[in-house]
Design a protein around this ligand. Sequence first.
Ligand SMILES: [Zn+2]
Length: 113
Amino acid sequence: MNVATIESVTIKRMCDKCKGFSERFKIKGAREYLDLVRQLEELVAASTFWIVQGTCPLNEVFKVQKWADDVIIHTFECSHCGQRFKLAVDTYHGAGGTWEMINKAEPISSEIH
Ligand SMILES: [Zn+2]
């Protein structure tokens, strides 16, 4: 199995709606994380992205004074092309996190449908 081939196929499948999110980047702190969540909420409200799974409801991250979980993870799917993305933030170790594209070949456990 050639990993490079799988990746190039995944990128080719991406549509105009989500290709701007294809780059993996680090989230440096809670403020950056909440800014991103705000953008994602708008995309979910516009039905551009679905939430596939999450450790808590997306809007709950704004309500808590103290983080409920040590690690908050949300998985999104582009409603146009099916590309998936993962947003993960480690609140316990200084609220750093990552945004990344999920390779189609990577299985996701306990999906909500
Ligand atoms: Zn897409």
